[in-house]
Design a protein around this ligand. Structure first.
Ligand code: SAM
Length: 275
């Protein structure tokens, strides 16, 4: 889910919750797929890489000393030069790291040659059905020997459950999920339908597809993230005719008043498609 744009601060704020949420079985299967490539360091292409959260997840550490373990070549693709510069800065010791400043929608320019795995996190709910089609076509075309696998993690599933509840929660969620389908530069966004659509398309092409739930489970320890989430949701639904402005202010105040003591579950799904 993206609620606050893609600043370094927002991505850094959500990264611990994302790391905690990722399904460990699928992540381990993706790692095993890379290890099964043999002696050569395998190549991973991370789409919408931001500052490199997926890379850090795969190497299992934020410790600069471990930046070269395991030996993988990473191609980080994003359209945001500042985020890629931050990824480079954080991983300056990583010898097998390349960054590509590209618009993902230009799928013909994606650096997919010889990729063993294509990854994405918190991206597929932003993209369109057309993008998924074009990406899968490009993956099939560009790999000489074997198609790469796809690991698309942390796709928002349309559920957000708050404790304690507020009478406006349902209406806010419905309006937010509508906003999730707004065009984010790829055409109409898949939003909460991202995993189901990707699963169908991958299965149609003969991939073996696995999905698993990867919800954020947030409470007082995540208060900074929860506060930003609340503001982002309110901003997204503000102006929706189904939401009364005064009621939304009440919802905002109530939610902020319970940031430290309440909890919130935001549903996501991870997907791994093996050729
Ligand atoms: C929600 S962020 C996720 C970043 C990162 N994967 C993570 O989990 O921290 C989505 C990322 O996709 C990138 N992005 C969005 N639209 C893009 C496009 N059309 N081309 C390239 N990158 C794009 C944004 O710049 C941002 O870094």
């Amino acid at each position: 889910m993206s609620v606050s744009g893609f600043s370094i601060d927002w991505l850094s704020m959500r990264e611990p919750a994302d790391r905690e949420a990722r399904d460990q079985v699928l992540l381990q299967s993706a790692r095993q797929w890379l290890q099964a490539a043999g002696a050569q360091p395998a190549t991973v292409v991370d789409l919408g890489a931001g500052t490199g959260s997926t890379l850090r997840t795969f190497i299992g550490s934020h410790d600069a000393e471990l930046h070269n373990y395991p030996p993988l070549h990473w191609r980080l693709v994003d359209q945001d030069a500042a985020l890629l510069a931050e990824a480079r800065r954080r991983h300056s010791l990583h010898t097998g790291l390349e960054v590509y400043e590209l618009d993902l929608m230009r799928t013909e320019t994606l650096p997919l040659a010889d990729a063993r795995l294509v990854t994405a996190s918190a991206l597929f709910d932003l993209v369109s059905a057309e993008f998924v089609q074009r990406l899968l076509d490009a993956m099939a075309e560009q790999s000489v020997s074997q198609k790469p696998a796809l690991y698309a993690a942390l796709n928002y599933d349309g559920s957000t459950d708050w404790t304690p509840v507020h009478p406006l929660d349902g209406a806010v969620l419905a309006a937010f999920n509508l906003d999730q389908q707004r065009d984010k530069g790829f055409g109409p966004a898949l939003g909460p339908g991202a995993t189901d659509y990707s699963l169908e398309q991958c299965e149609r092409l003969g991939y073996e597809v696995y999905t698993a739930s990867s919800p954020w489970q947030l409470d007082g320890k995540d208060s900074e993230l929860v506060a930003a989430l609340i503001d982002g949701i309110a901003q997204a639904v503000n102006g929706n005719p189904a939401i009364d402005a005064a009621a939304l202010q009440d919802w905002l105040q109530f939610r902020h008043a319970h940031v430290a003591t309440g909890s919130c579950r935001v549903g996501h799904t991870d997907l791994l498609a093996l050729p």
